[in-house]
Design a protein around this ligand. Sequence first.
Ligand SMILES: [Zn+2]
Ligand SMILES: [Zn+2]
Length: 147
Amino acid sequence: MRRSEFWLQALRQGGYRLTAARRAVVRVLAESEHTLTPAEIYQAGRRFYPALGLVSVYRTLEKLEELGLVQRVHRAEGCNTYFPSAEGHQHVLLCRRCQQAVFFSGDDLEPLVGRLQAETGFRIERHWLQLFGLCSACREKEEKDDE
Ligand SMILES: [Zn+2]
Ligand SMILES: [Zn+2]
């Protein structure tokens, strides 16, 4: 099943009506490989549903977040961007130029966590890791720009 169909089903099962506005938001965000701000979702969603309003975008994002289907991703300049959630505990690589996001798993944080617990007395319970940089396509573009 495509992710957008799965999201629509989850919304319906959560008791939410599948209005044209919600369908447009799902269509834009579910298949996106880039993190999107509410304003970007609004712009793109109006191609599918010209009467889409920004308030509907925010409300739909809230519901999708409640259902665990989308998560917030922090861009360098702000934290109000959204991306389809990873399954399980994952970390995010984010391209600062095109906002492409890629999940990765695995980390070697144990030594750091142990050291911090010893140094600060905190009991560390969870973490959230996001790395910023340039994707390979954007690296090529930047190299061309420099020529
Ligand atoms: Zn990029
Ligand atoms: Zn981790």
